[in-house]
Design a protein around this ligand. Structure first.
Ligand code: MN
Ligand code: MN
Length: 372
C-alpha cells in the first residue's frame, strides 16, 4: 500500500469525523457489511470449482443458536440457488452481532429478520438484495449485492416490517458491490458517490473512483426489447425515436445495451453514462413493475441521483415514493438526467393526450427491428 492510498475503512472513518456528533456506530455497521461483501466476492469468484462448499445453509460456525433460520424461505419465485442463500447468510451473520441493527430485510426472506435476543439491538435497519443478477451466475457474467441503510423510526418495542416502509430519501447510506473481472464497492452517504476496488493481495477495498458523475446526455439505452409489445405508449415512443436514429426526431444515432442485471447496468451508467429502464408493462397487469423498491430501486436511485443522474418511475421521483410493503415492485427508469426527464415528459404528454402520433393503433404494430 503506497502512501496516500485510501482504503474503504479509512474513508469511512474520515466521513465519520466530518459528520458532527457521529458516534462511530454507523462506521462499525458499514465495516460489518463490507466484511460480508468481501466474503461473497470470494465465494462468487470460486465459480463452479467451489464444489458447493458454500451451500451450507447453517452458516458454518457463526451466529447464536436461534439466529438465521426464521423465515429463510424463497420469495417471489426467483430461482434460489445455494449461492444466493449463502450470500444471504454471509450478510445476516456478518451484520447481526455488532449491536448496530434492529432488523434486516432481504430479497431472500419473506419476513424481516429481527436481531436475535442474544445480541444487542441498535438504531439502524439494513435492507439488501444479497445476490443480484440471478440469470448471470451460470454464464459467468457480473453479479452483485445491493444494500440500503435506514434509521429505525422512533418507537419502543420490537422492530417490524413497517419500520422499513420509509421513502428512499431517508436512506442514510446506499451501495452495491459488483463481482466482475474485478470486485468493486460503490457507495454514497448522501455526499457524492465513491468507488472502491478490491486489491486481492491486500484484501482491502481501495478508493479508485472518487466522486463518480453521470454525464447529463447519452446515446446509450438499455431495455429488454422482447417486452416491446407489452410496453406502455410513452416507452414505445421513446425507444422507437431512439431506434429511428439520425433521420428520426432525435436526429442522433443510439445504441442499445442489455445485461439483464441491475448492478452491472447501473455500474456501466456510473462509469460512462446511459439510460436503464425496467418499465411497467401489461404482461402481468396486476404487477406494477419488476424491480423491488426497498432493496433494488431505492438504493440505486440514491446512488444515481448523488452522481448527478435521475431515477423515476416514469410518473415521479423514485426516492419520494411511500413504500407500502417490504417486497413491493415498481417501474424503474434511471440514468443520464436528460433522458430520464424526457421519458417522464412522454408519460405526462400521454396522460394529457398530446402525444397523438403515438396513440394511433398503427403505432403498436410497428416492430422494434423493422422500419415503420
Ligand atoms: Mn436483484
Ligand atoms: Mn437477488
Amino acid at each position: 500500500m503506497t502512501k496516500g492510498t485510501t482504503t474503504l475503512a479509512k474513508f469511512i472513518i474520515e466521513e465519520q469525523r466530518r459528520a458532527p456528533g457521529a458516534t462511530g456506530e454507523f462506521s462499525a455497521l458499514l465495516q460489518d457489511v463490507v466484511t460480508a461483501l468481501k466474503g461473497i466476492a470470494l465465494m462468487v469468484g470460486k465459480g463452479a470449482g467451489d464444489g458447493g462448499k458454500y451451500g451450507d445453509e447453517n452458516g458454518g460456525d457463526y451466529g447464536c443458536e436461534d439466529g438465521g433460520k426464521a423465515g429463510a424461505v424463497a420469495v417471489q419465485g426467483e430461482r434460489q440457488r445455494k449461492l444466493y442463500l449463502a450470500a444471504n447468510e454471509f450478510l445476516l451473520r456478518s451484520c447481526e452481532w455488532g449491536g448496530h441493527l434492529s432488523a434486516m430485510a432481504s430479497e431472500e426472506l419473506v419476513e424481516v429478520y429481527l436481531i436475535p435476543e442474544c445480541y444487542p439491538r441498535g438504531k439502524y435497519l439494513l435492507a439488501f438484495d444479497p445476490l443480484d443478477g440471478s440469470s448471470n451466475i451460470d454464464v459467468n457474467i457480473s453479479v452483485g449485492t445491493i444494500f440500503s441503510v435506514l434509521r429505525r423510526p422512533d418507537g419502543a418495542g420490537t422492530a417490524s416490517a413497517a419500520d422499513f416502509l420509509q421513502p428512499g430519501v431517508r436512506q442514510i447510506c446506499a451501495g452495491y458491490a459488483i463481482y466482475g473481472p474485478s470486485t468493486m464497492v460503490v457507495l454514497t452517504f448522501g455526499r457524492g458517490v465513491h468507488g472502491f476496488t478490491l486489491d486481492r493481495e491486500l484484501g482491502e477495498l481501495v478508493l479508485t473512483h472518487r466522486d463518480l458523475r453521470i454525464p447529463e446526455a447519452t446515446s446509450e439505452f438499455a431495455v429488454n426489447a422482447t417486452d416491446e409489445r407489452f410496453w406502455e405508449p410513452p416507452v414505445k415512443r421513446y425507444v422507437s425515436e431512439c431506434l429511428a436514429g439520425r433521420t428520426g426526431p432525435r436526429e442522433s444515432d443510439f445504441s442499445m445495451r442489455w445485461i439483464a442485471s441491475l448492478v452491472p447496468e447501473v455500474h456501466r451508467i456510473l462509469i460512462r453514462g446511459g439510460l436503464f429502464m425496467y418499465p411497467r408493462d401489461t404482461k402481468e397487469p396486476a404487477r406494477a413493475g419488476t424491480l423491488r423498491l426497498l432493496y433494488e430501486a431505492n438504493p440505486m436511485a440514491l446512488i444515481v441521483e448523488q452522481a448527478g443522474g435521475a431515477a423515476s418511475t416514469g410518473h415521479g421521483r423514485i426516492l419520494e415514493l411511500e413504500p407500502t410493503e417490504l417486497h413491493e415492485r415498481i417501474p424503474v427508469v434511471l440514468g443520464s438526467r436528460k433522458e430520464v426527464e424526457r421519458i417522464a415528459r412522454y408519460h405526462e404528454e400521454h396522460e394529457r393526450g398530446i402525444d397523438r402520433p403515438y396513440r394511433s393503433p398503427l403505432f403498436g404494430t410497428r416492430s422494434l427491428f423493422t422500419d415503420p
